[in-house]
Design a binder for this molecule. Structure first.
Ligand code: PEP
Ligand code: MG
Length: 299
């Protein structure tokens, strides 16, 4: 049937000159999944767990989290689902503390905050380890700046899996990768050989490269001009990832903006994760371009 042909076509996306491209979706809300045609995507490239928790108590509720992650993995079948650990701090406040411990983009944020509050990290790690038995899970760490942050987190996952083993609870150790959203991380990517994958968070990379906060209207104009600096950094960083042999993708909002697709292809990127609403436009754009980002000549 016509429908099926259309779906196959959508899942097997290529540039005009035949390079394979993967399109995944960013998910902030489980209700987003209702209207998604699963066959048309590679998988979920970014699930922002901080938006799935309706209260601070969810963050310390292993069963609740396990239920949510399992539901998403079952929805995806065998397609990869990249679940990002809680990215609190910065613009997303840490609800249960009266202190502003995470209130700054340059302070305790993402993995820094989780490592400072390991009880929260351990609960999420257990929920993820258990849910991994229900699908193709990958775990992604936000705001990683130093290789030691990745090492400490992996160690905690190992410790929690030992604990589950002792309790005779089913689990699976998922691949663990990192967001590349701090400039130092991008420049030093060769020191992150322990990561199973990389994903560029250009929303944060832009603010840290330009020293212009992403949520400050006064400097929005400066933030908006970050693209050339990002492309220069991405090109360099994609090469490093290739020498490590580590898969790389992009999940920042740039991946959903068609004007940036030529440059992103030109940087060597082949996997894009974007808001579901942008899928159709980006798919079409990619089919019109060559793998180097140049416009394909119509035959
Ligand atoms: C990013 O920083 O580009 C990103 C994808 O993460 P978030 O927007 O959630 O910070
Ligand atoms: Mg980010």
């Amino acid at each position: 049937p016509e429908d099926e042909a259309e779906q196959r076509y959508a899942a097997e996306l290529q540039t005009a000159d035949g390079a394979e491209i993967g399109l995944s979706i960013n998910v902030n809300d489980l209700s987003d999944l209702i209207s998604i045609d699963r066959e048309g995507i590679e998988g979920i490239g970014l699930l922002r767990t901080e938006f799935l928790m309706s209260s601070a108590s969810d963050m310390v509720n292993e069963e609740r989290q396990y239920g949510i992650y399992r539901q998403v993995l079952e929805w995806a079948g065998q397609k990869p689902v990249t679940i990002r650990m809680l990215d609190l701090g910065g613009d997303k406040q840490f609800h249960d503390s009266g202190e502003r411990e995470g209130g700054s983009f340059l302070g305790l944020r993402g993995i820094r905050l989780l490592l400072a509050r390991p009880e929260i990290l351990r609960i999420q790690a257990r929920a993820l380890l258990r849910s991994a038995t229900h699908g193709n899970l990958k775990v992604m760490l936000p705001m990683v700046t130093l290789p030691s942050e990745l090492e400490k987190t992996v160690r905690i996952f190992r410790e929690e899996s030992t604990l589950l083993e002792r309790r005779r609870v089913d689990y699976r150790m998922p691949p663990i990768g990192i967001m590349v959203e701090v400039p130092a991380t991008a420049l030093m990517l060769d020191t992150f050989g322990a990561a199973d994958f990389f994903s560029f968070g250009t929303n944060d990379l832009a603010q840290y490269l330009t020293a212009a906060a992403r949520d400050n209207a006064v400097v929005a104009d400066i933030y908006a001009h970050a693209a050339p600096a990002i492309f220069r950094l991405l090109e360099h960083t994609v090469h490093i990832a290739a020498t490590l042999g580590t898969p790389v993708s992009i999940c920042g909002d740039m991946a959903g903006e068609q004007e940036y697709i030529p440059a992103l292809l030109g940087c060597g990127l082949r996997h894009f994760s974007l808001a579901p609403a942008q899928l159709a436009v980006i798919r079409l754009r990619i089919m019109q371009l060559n793998a180097d980002g140049t416009m394909a000549v119509e035959k």
